[in-house]
Write a protein that binds this ligand. Structure first.
Ligand SMILES: Nc1ncnc2c1ncn2[C@@H]1O[C@H](COP(=O)(O)OP(=O)(O)OP(=O)(O)O)[C@@H](O)[C@H]1O
Ligand SMILES: [Mg+2]
Length: 490
């Protein structure tokens, strides 16, 4: 086959269309804010700025009629190369592993840009400081045919220190409301949404804030709130820490810091560390910044059993070189699934973090304590939990507790809270089954926290009946307290 003609493909994108095409990938408003915070943090790290004076990000939120005006102002050293910074996919300005895709700033601005194109960047480098000026770039985004213009203006502009960057934009109320916890449709006030944003930041940057790498402030209009790191409350004796180990996941040395165990659910938070299914599983951070959370099935190939809702694994991957870390998704809300470094990390977790044993239900634990108490009583020959009854019919019914004494046999039906009429019939089933199996019971005990008058009346009535072998029933009510067991302490 011979070539008849060769011609260049004209595929220069239209700026506006390209801008629209990269919007809409963030699910939540907080993810957008984190892109700006990441850039500031990356700059602080690169230039090892003074943590006291020059490592601050202030987020200013102002509620307007149907929108919110937002400023994200940092005290870094400003954007050195505005051309590269505004070029989609350009990585030539990267200052740390946090500048990974060359997209965040554009991606985030495009995602809040609802028609109005109201956004701006003001930045002031040390050189600008000497000339007492700042650089301003305003939306709309443009490419070759209609380029954006950079303008130097006198003074600090919105900046709060001699150098730094301020990103400003207008965001619809609807987009701001994506701060609401997933599935929560209840109307939230502006102030509550601001509180949720503070929690998101406290969680996302917990380790970064704890190490004093930066200060974060949120000014919601009524007050300015300093963001304090948010941590889980670990169960007293349920946590393990694996001392920092240096590994190679396939891209160079990375230090792995791992802590795991059971947590106590936090009551005051909106989203995090609540001890529920959403806040359990594996949480993975890169240099302190959370990237993915709630991992369980992907690592252990199974469902999260409700009794593991309090199980948390915190992994922090520390590396100066970005190639040592698994690649993140462009929104930094998770890792790229096909990355072999991620697989290597999962393999490490599987090898070093044991899954918690399924938690024993309260009722079972109570019966176990009761069984222990009975075992040391005078004249006891045998104590058995989950013993079969109705063997003659092969029903597979198990009795909570069976105790055989030298001169009698006692069976227990146990309830962790109050008893109900149905429980008396359950006890009767144990009795009847044992009677027909030829192992007569002397006394049937219903043990619970409390018994209502109706249950007392039913037991009295039942004791006037006889079982299938003609022996009268002998049922009694007792409580955990009477047996010397505190249900709250078990
Ligand atoms: N607040 C800032 N201070 C200093 N430089 C900044 C700031 N924000 C952006 N930049 C510069 O602009 C560049 C582009 O930022 P952008 O967020 O678009 O991509 P990135 O951070 O390189 O990659 P990623 O997609 O992973 O966020 C950064 O690499 C950095 O050089
Ligand atoms: Mg970025």
């Amino acid at each position: 086959m011979c070539t008849l003609k060769t011609f260049p493909i004209e595929n220069t994108p239209n700026g506006r269309e390209l801008w629209q095409s990269i919007s809409g990938n963030f699910d939540r408003f907080s993810e957008i804010i984190c892109e700006f915070v990441d850039n500031a943090l990356s700059n602080f790290r690169k230039y090892a700025l003074d943590p006291q004076t020059s490592r601050k990000v202030r987020i200013v939120l102002r509620e307007q009629e149907s929108w919110v005006d937002v400023d994200v102002i940092d005290t870094g050293t400003g954007i050195r190369n505005i051309h590269a910074a505004l070029t989609l996919g350009s990585r030539c300005g990267a200052e740390s592993p946090l500048n990974e895709h060359g997209m965040g700033l554009k991606h985030a601005l495009a995602s809040v840009d609802d028609e109005g194109c109201v956004w701006s960047i003001q930045t002031r480098t040390p050189e600008d400081n000497e000339l007492d000026r700042h650089l301003l770039v305003e939306g709309p985004y443009g490419l070759e045919e209609a380029p954006m213009m950079g303008q130097y203006r006198a003074g600090w502009g919105k900046l709060i220190r001699p150098t730094g960057t301020a990103i400003s934009f207008r965001c619809t109320r609807r987009r701001f409301e994506t701060l609401r916890p997933v599935g929560d449709r209840a109307e939230k006030s502006f102030d509550t949404l601001v509180e949720i944003l503070v929690e998101e930041l406290a969680y996302t940057y917990a380790q970064v804030l704890q190490r004093g790498e930066m200060t974060l402030e949120v000014d919601g209009g009524k007050q300015t709130c300093v963001v304090h790191p948010l941590f889980p409350i670990w169960d007293k004796d349920g946590t393990q820490e694996i001392p920092a180990v240096t590994c190679d996941l396939g891209g160079g040395p990375v230090e792995l810091v791992c802590r795991y165990g059971l947590i106590r659910g936090r009551k005051e938070t909106f989203l995090y560390y609540k001890g529920n299914m959403e806040s359990s599983g594996v949480e993975i951070r890169c240099n302190g910044r959370v990237v993915q959370r709630g991992l369980f099935r992907r690592i252990w190939n199974g469902r999260v059993h409700p009794s593991r809702n309090h199980f948390l694994v915190q992994m922090d991957l520390r590396a100066k070189n970005g190639t040592a870390l698994p690649a993140t998704k462009p929104t930094k809300t998770g890792f790229w699934d096909g990355d072999p470094r991620l697989e290597a990390l999962f393999a490490w977790i599987r090898s070093n973090v044991p899954l918690p044993a399924k938690e024993e239900p309260v009722e079972k634990r109570l019966v176990r304590v009761l069984a222990q108490n009975k075992a040391v009583e005078e004249g006891v020959l045998r104590v058995a939990q989950e013993e079969d009854t109705y063997r003659s019919l092969n029903l597979g019914t198990k009795m909570d507790l069976f105790v055989s004494y030298r001169d009698r046999t006692v069976v227990y039906e146990a309830k962790k809270a109050g008893s109900r009429a149905l429980d008396v019939y359950q006890l009767r089933m144990y009795w009847d089954g044992c009677a027909l199996d030829g192992r007569p019971i002397t006394q049937g005990m219903l043990i619970a926290r409390r018994h209502c008058p109706e249950v007392e009346a039913l037991v009295e009535k039942m004791n006037s009946f006889t079982d299938p072998t003609g022996r009268p029933y002998q049922f009694c009510l007792t409580t955990w307290e009477e047996e010397g067991i505190d249900p709250c302490a078990v």
